[in-house]
Design a protein around this ligand. Structure first.
Ligand code: SF4
Ligand code: SF4
Length: 66
């Protein structure tokens, strides 16, 4: 189970180069690319697994504790 302390999914789209790795690795199809940048299309489905954060080479997506 994901930690209850993890509450938010954060993006810094200026750092996103649109590689699509996070889209491909997200097990819940939460993420998508729009105009070459990451977007959250389905936040309710996010299980806070952290795979997107782990796989992003540019630190553009991460889980927050607040
Ligand atoms: S934390 Fe997991 S479920 Fe949520 S967007 Fe990232 S990869 Fe997808
Ligand atoms: S893995 Fe990172 S750089 Fe690549 S599309 Fe996702 S957020 Fe953007």
């Amino acid at each position: 189970m994901p930690s209850e302390k993890v509450k938010s999914l954060n993006l810094e789209i200026n750092w996103c180069k649109g590689c699509g790795i996070c889209v491909a690795f997200c097990p819940k199809n939460v993420l998508d690319l729009e105009n070459g940048k990451i977007v959250i299309k389905n936040l309710d489905s996010c299980i806070k697994c952290g795979l997107c954060e782990l796989r992003c080479p540019d630190y553009a997506i991460w889980l927050g504790g607040e």
